[in-house]
Write a protein of this length. Structure first.
Length: 573
């Protein structure tokens, strides 16, 4: 029975993997020109509703510019301003008061440089973060290209490493346009607050806050991802929303069908596997999203999502989180924000204490790989009584299999609907009671263990702590083993376990037990090395426990299969 459960688990993993590898949704098509985007209707949607119109993200090309009004409050030349917090280096430009870079100091990309959540190398016309957009293209262009006067810096630098700091941009011209943007930074939590005040003459302006494409940590991948794509274990970017106490996720390939979301949000933005860009407690807002594919060098591409927020009125101290999906960090900001870390719907609550245990072990040994090894061993030690009870129960079932088979053979000629077959079931249950055997005793301990194993598996797949973590020859536990050592060892240990648990003479079952190690080895070729390491250590522990169990209660006794002639005669009957 344990073997059948093992086969079922293996087949489930195979189905999920094959679907992801060969039937995944195709990448989104590149976005259409901005002029086409602005032709879509944008009727207001009711609270919490979804609007099907395509969201305009890039302003239409401006007509031939008229002479610019004289600037009254501005600067003479473009320049950059660097803001340093304890965790981020942000670089702004006074051209539009926009964000050029948002570099995370403690996270590195595949080139060894600080992760920048503002992507570079974008097509012409794509907006920078914190751009402003209004209905008039000419006014939009002025809002985002004017040279704002900067306040709050010292020689182009703002220090927010130990205390909160502010940076403001202001522009005014002779036409009556007056805009002020103020950013407030906090030292340790990847938060920035934005306030916008804008008027044109006597009329107030309520601009849309545009982030533009992101997240910027998406590394170029192959245009046609294959089996050995090293980023196959990482989820592509998507939209994340929290409203009505529920977290909604919109996959990048379905954004064209639902580009606009409007409602009362606790947070709303975009995410990828490890990072999040979201407005925190924005209230009633309109979120516009657009997917795009950015060609990279050679035969590579990046999948990005451009998004913008429209507030009912110009935002005042609107908070944005731009950083890693680190559980403790998100919990300190908003407990509901932790749901952005997708540990799973059913057993995610179990992943939280497991993460705490993993961090505790890391504090002792100082290496995430060894922490995974130790926690895997501790979990298996805790589950030893359940597994041992399961094995003992199945051994008892094996001992009475000949008697059960004899009972079944006596009623084999009866139809399934024959009431006399009820007597067969009664005899089998009487045999169970006489021998003190529980027919589900072998499966129940396995069922009780599964939530913990699934939660730990999910934890290792999504914990950002493993990103960039080294272990032995592995330089990043969040990526597949570059030399395929662990996947091969997974297959070897599974073969070993199969050899230790001889099957019956059923050829189908024997073949399945031989195929599964190969199948799992292929699955772990593109699975995060941390997850594969957990599986390998579990296999090694299982082999050790099997040796101990065999020493304690003896090796399993498998009844000899019936002769082929008898099976053919039985089938003919």
């Amino acid at each position: 029975m344990e073997r059948r459960v093992f086969i079922a688990i293996g087949l489930s993993f195979l189905v999920l993997y094959m679907y992801q590898a060969y039937f995944a949704p195709p990448p989104p098509q590149q976005s259409k020109p901005a002029a086409a985007a602005t032709q879509q209707a944008q009727a207001p949607a009711a609270d919490g509703s979804k609007t099907e119109a395509t969201a305009p993200e890039v302003a239409a090309p401006a007509p031939a510019p008229a002479p610019a009004p004289q600037a009254l409050v501005a600067e003479q030349s473009p320049r950059e301003i660097t803001v340093d917090t304890a965790t981020v280096q942000a670089i702004f430009t006074n051209s539009g008061g926009r964000l050029l870079h948002w570099r995370l100091k403690t996270y590195r990309d595949n080139r060894g440089q600080a992760v920048d959540l503002v992507p570079s190398g974008l097509p012409p016309g794509e907006q920078l973060p914190f751009s402003l957009r209004v209905d008039q293209p000419e006014l939009t262009a002025r809002l985002n290209t004017a040279l704002y006067r900067v306040d709050g810096d010292s020689n182009g630098h703002v220090d927010a490493t130990h205390a909160p700091a502010a940076l403001s941009f202001e522009f005014q011209d002779a036409s009556g346009l007056h805009v002020r943007k103020e950013f407030k930074f906090e030292p340790n939590n990847y938060l920035v607050s934005l306030s916008v005040a804008a008027t044109s003459g006597e009329q107030a302006i309520d601009p849309t806050i545009v982030w533009g494409p992101g997240p910027g940590d998406i590394a170029p991948g192959p245009s046609s991802p294959g089996f050995f794509n090293r980023n196959a274990s990482l989820l592509p970017p998507g939209v994340i929303l929290h409203r009505a106490n529920k977290v909604e996720r919109i996959a990048i390939n379905t954004i064209p069908q639902q580009p606009i979301q409007e409602g009362q949000f606790r947070y709303a933005g975009v995410e990828d596997h490890y990072f999040l860009i979201a407005a925190i407690n924005p209230g009633q807002v309109r979120l516009e999203t657009r997917s795009l594919v950015v060609p990279g060098p050679a035969d590579t591409r990046r999948q990005l999502i451009s998004h913008a927020l429209r507030f009912p009125q110009p935002p005042t101290n609107a908070r944005f989180f731009i950083g890693p999906k680190q559980f403790d960090l998100l919990q300190a900001i908003d407990t509901e924000l932790t749901r952005a870390v997708n540990f799973g719907t059913w057993f995610g609550w179990l992943a939280v204490p497991l993460l705490s245990a993993l961090k505790w072990l890391h504090g002792i040994v100082g290496n995430w790989g060894w922490s995974i090894v130790l926690l895997t061993v501790l979990i298996n030690v805790a589950m030893f009584p359940l597994r041992h009870r399961s094995v003992v129960s199945m051994r008892r079932m094996q001992e009475i299999q000949p008697q059960i088979k004899a009972i079944q053979d006596r009623y084999a000629n009866l139809k399934v609907t024959d009431p006399a077959r009820q007597k067969m079931n009664t005899e089998v249950m009487d045999l169970y009671r006489a021998k003190g055997v529980n027919p589900v005793g072998g499966c129940l301990p396995m069922v009780l263990m599964m939530p913990v194993l699934i939660a730990f598996y999910s934890l290792l797949g999504y914990a950002i702590e493993l990103r960039g973590a080294e272990f032995a020859w592995i330089h990043d536990l969040s990526l597949p083993d570059p030399y395929f050592v662990i996947p091969i060892l997974v297959g070897v240990t599974m073969f070993w376990q199969t050899w230790m648990n001889p099957t019956t003479g059923d050829p189908a079952q024997r073949n399945m037990m031989l195929v599964m190690p190969i199948m799992f080895s292929f699955i772990f070729l593109t699975t995060a090395a941390g997850t594969a390491l957990y599986w390998l250590i579990s296999n090694i522990w299982g082999i050790s426990q099997q040796y101990f169990t065999n020493w304690l209660i003896g090796p399993p006794v498998i009844p000899a299969p019936r002769p082929a002639a008898e099976r053919r005669l039985k089938k003919a009957q």
